[in-house]
Design a protein around this ligand. Structure first.
Ligand code: TAP
Length: 481
């Protein structure tokens, strides 16, 4: 396997001040965790970035109490206009500290700096700006008579968009008057900890936002805590189901944003150059660590060979390597565990008879990497057509008619997103109606906007994030707590 050495760009690294160790952010202060510390590493180099506190059940309890006090004494009593001012302030500080956040995100996650700089961080700021605008207008959002906050919200997020998922969770919760206890993923805690500093800088009242780091057990402690009124979770379908089971029969509410296996459907009348760019963006953006990734390409049989040729030619131009290099297109896989999972599923693809192709590009000698990979000859029953790989791997299937495309697209347990490429407007409308997916893109893919609700059908979860619909998850018109 060809490999190469690279030295991460030192000047980018100097932008961030990573502390050797981090505590927990509880009640507006930094406290030491009572559990053991864990290490967070740079997946591109395997270098340890920092020691991070693992929150114990007692630490989670302290965070929930702090959130409750802030809720009853300050945040739920504050006018929407004043809450909005804090959210605007946070949004502006995110913009001011954008370079620092982007570099830190790329170091801890492995994603290319051009994505953290141009997508993750600007969208995170946009979510705070957007929800700041709602804070004093909730009664005009068609949320029912007298929408009120729910109380203390426990939020658990994954590692693929650490800061952006935090923004999707915290911005609407705070705009609606709730307080939060949030746990970032174990492998990517650093931007959430920097966000805690931003809350201090914005002089957000103590306890409105609490950040507790740790692994699954810390997440479980949040979910099971009796003082938490609502759970907002983004992550795997497996953990989402276990959360739904553990809160069944309690008064807790939940929204679950889970996995996906999106179909990106290309018809023979599609503008092909544009469609190829959309296929590449659909699955190789963020190394394919995207819940709504276009991981199944459904291509009309008459153009399948042409698309295959153009796609592979385009993939050979992708630059895989140092996430801090502005020219990098595909960064590092977030962890060894994720790399192992991708390797296991791609091996299953070959064993089940699909044809494997990869770019053959050189890979760095350290860290976790996977070449952009395409499987053709994939059948609907193959594991690579059914299971979420969450990596830079595309499974290609063909179809003849729009009806067949719909049947194949809907033939997975998931229903998060889909893409359609065609010149025909009537076909777009018909397909969008038939596809069992929460988000349907037409002649584009992986477009996100805070004004647009996002969420799943079937085993991709329930509830929406973003837009007016996203507010519904954070208000009640029933009895206040
Ligand atoms: P998970 O393993 O489910 O982890 C998600 C979060 O839950 C992490 O913070 C994790 O902690 C925590 N967790 C693990 N076990 C838990 C438990 N028993 N109780 C409570 N929390 C627990 O997912 P992941 O591997 O990080 O993320 C990838 C998955 O997220 C994919 O399936 C992807 O599709 C999905 N995802 C969905 C969306 C939307 S919007 N639908 C967006 C992004 C990602 P640790 O990681 O620290 O162990």
């Amino acid at each position: 396997m060809p490999i190469f050495e690279y030295a991460p760009a030192p000047e980018s690294r100097a932008i961030v001040d990573i502390q050797p160790s981090y505590g927990l952010f509880v009640g507006g202060e930094w406290i030491e965790g009572r559990g053991a510390a864990f290490k967070t590493t740079n997946p591109a180099t395997e270098e340890v970035l920092a020691d991070v506190a693992e929150a114990s059940v007692a630490d989670v309890d302290a965070a929930v109490r702090a959130a409750r006090t802030a809720y009853t004494r300050v945040w739920s009593r504050m006018s929407g206009a004043d809450r909005g001012k804090y959210l605007f302030r946070i949004a502006r500080i995110i913009q001011e500290r954008a370079r620092e956040l982007a570099v830190l995100e790329s170091l801890d996650n492995g994603k290319p700096i051009k994505e953290s700089r141009d997508v993750d961080v600007p969208l995170a700021a946009a979510h705070f700006f957007y929800h700041a605008g709602w804070a004093d207008k909730l009664e005009y959002a068609s949320l029912g008579p007298k929408p009120r906050p729910i109380g203390v919200v426990g939020q658990v997020i994954p590692w693929n968009f650490p800061l952006l998922m935090l923004a999707w969770k915290i911005a609407p919760a705070l705009a609606c008057g709730n307080t939060v206890v949030l746990k970032p993923a174990e492998t990517t805690p650093l931007t959430a900890l920097l966000f805690a500093e931003i809350c201090q800088q914005a002089e957000l009242p103590a306890g409105v936002v609490n950040i507790v780091t740790g692994a699954g057990a810390t997440g479980q402690a949040i979910v099971e805590h009796p003082g938490v009124d609502k759970i907002a979770f983004t992550g795997s379908t497996e953990v989402g189901k276990s959360i739904a089971r553990s809160i069944a029969g309690t008064r807790k509410r939940a929204t679950l944003e889970l996995g996906g296996k999106a179909a990106n459907i290309v018809f023979d009348d599609a503008p092909l150059d544009q469609a190829v760019e959309g296929i590449v963006n659909g699955i190789f953006f963020n190394q394919g660590h995207v819940c709504c990734a276009g991981s199944r390409l459904l291509v009309q049989e008459s153009i399948a060979e042409e698309v295959d040729r153009r796609l592979k030619r385009r993939l050979e131009t992708l630059r895989v390597g140092d996430p801090l290099d502005k020219n990098t297109d595909v960064g590092a896989i977030n962890s060894r565990a994720q790399l192992d999972r991708i390797a296991e599923l791609t091996a299953a693809g070959e064993a089940e008879g699909a044809v494997r192709w990869d770019t053959g590009c050189e890979l760095p000698s350290h860290g976790f990497w996977f070449r952009p990979t395409v499987f053709t000859g994939v059948s609907q029953t193959h594991r690579i057509a059914q299971e979420e790989i969450f990596g830079p791997v595309l499974s290609v299937l063909t179809f003849r008619t729009p009806q067949e495309a719909v049947a194949k697209a809907n033939n997975t347990p998931y229903g998060l997103s889909a893409g359609i490429w065609t010149e025909k407007g009537s076909r777009i409308l018909w397909m969008a109606d038939q596809l069992r997916a929460g988000v349907v893109w037409a002649n584009t893919f992986n477009r996100f906007d805070p004004t647009s609700p996002f969420g799943g059908y079937k085993e991709s979860g329930y509830g929406r994030e973003g837009g007016r619909h996203g507010l519904e998850a954070y208000v009640t018109t029933g009895d206040p707590r």
